[in-house]
Design a protein around this ligand. Structure first.
Ligand code: NCD
Length: 336
């Protein structure tokens, strides 16, 4: 019987280069390191008087946000502008979908605008994959966060933050704390840490906010915050995602803060040089005390700066992956 070739991974081209960026699932350690190294080189661009390189000159990047966002949307815009692309941003939640247009209709309209790349944020898990599967060839799709599923650029900017502040991953203990159940950031971070070789990944939260199947990520699970924080090098706090909660998953925000809020006393249980991270927006007094958020161990604002460099890296890598694929396709057409 003839063997059928395995379907190639959607987000990679025939040479294994990035052509979409949808999830960290299945991406190799080498590829993640390439993203981090490329972002490192772009950090220097952000420190220049003229913050521009011509890598995406003549290309159009369209940010399509079906869900609210400030940080992610603006840092994607800045990243595309620093790469010299033309950029437009559509906040679709307030436009056509609320008038009944389907995702496919929206997609076809966007394609008609002839953009080279779409950055998509959507409340449904899998939306970016769906668009990448159906968009016309040559157009790159970047996931800016889909439902509870993935937020791969946030995952990578968190990895860049850890690598720049704490060095290699192979000796680190990292704790991810709070509302794991609703967090796409937690999922992307667990995958990235595991792929990059972090030996001690801890997940801390109340039982009602821990999803089933956490074992598959190779993490240790704690419901006691003091135990989970002991000696860690990195504390990643998550926002309590009240907009995604249905029913009584929590007694009250006050109770949550008492048990899982990061206070200076709790932070003292971690390594004395531990860093504190948070993807934002932060809820002061709900998951994090202001004294910690604004304290000397906090790198929360550095994360935002690193986010621009990571997004520049991902946009430029996906664009060159699409170009390489187009060349391969036209060469094989010529031979045929
Ligand atoms: C995160 C998100 O949207 O998933 N925020 C972000 O991208 N800056 C986390 C959150 O909203 O809590």
């Amino acid at each position: 019987m003839p063997m059928t070739a395995a379907k190639p991974p959607l987000q990679l081209n025939d040479q294994g280069q990035l052509r979409h960026f949808l999830s960290l699932d299945g991406l190799s350690r080498d590829l993640l390191n390439e993203i981090l190294d490329t972002a490192d080189s772009f950090l220097e661009v952000g420190a220049r008087a003229v913050k521009k390189v011509p890598l995406l000159r003549g290309k159009t990047v369209c940010n399509v946000f079906f869900e609210n966002s400030t940080r992610t949307r603006t840092t994607f815009e800045l990243a595309a502008k620093r790469l010299s692309a033309d950029v437009i941003t559509l906040n679709v939640s307030t436009s056509s979908t609320s008038k009944g247009e389907t995702l496919t209709d929206t997609l076809r309209n966007l394609e008609a605008m002839a953009a080279d790349m779409f950055v998509v944020r959507h409340g449904d898990s899998g939306a970016a994959h769906f668009i990448a599967e159906h968009v016309c060839p040559g157009v790159a799709i970047i996931n800016g966060g889909d439902g509870r599923h993935a937020h791969p650029t946030q995952g990578m900017l968190d990895m860049l933050t850890i690598r720049r502040h704490k060095g290699d991953f192979d000796k680190l203990s990292v704790a991810i704390v709070g509302d794991i159940l609703h967090s796409r950031v937690a999922r992307s971070n667990m995958l990235a840490l595991k792929t990059l070789g972090c030996p001690d990944i801890r997940v801390i939260g109340p039982r009602t906010l821990l999803p089933v199947g956490l074992e598959q990520y190779g993490v240790q699970v704690f419901t006691d915050m003091d135990q989970g924080l002991a000696g860690v090098d990195v504390v990643i706090m998550l926002r309590l995602q009240r907009e995604r909660m249905q029913g009584g998953l929590l007694p009250s925000e006050g109770e949550f803060f008492r048990l899982y809020g990061l206070t200076p006393q709790r932070l003292a249980l971690a390594h004395p040089e531990a860093i504190v991270m948070h993807p934002g927006p932060i809820n002061r007094g709900v998951e994090i005390d202001s004294a910690v958020a604004d304290g000397s161990q906090s790198v929360i604002l550095n994360q935002v700066t690193y986010g621009i460099a990571i997004r520049m890296a991902v946009l430029s890598m996906a664009m060159s992956g699409q170009t390489a694929q187009r060349q391969t396709n036209s060469e094989s057409e010529e031979q045929a």
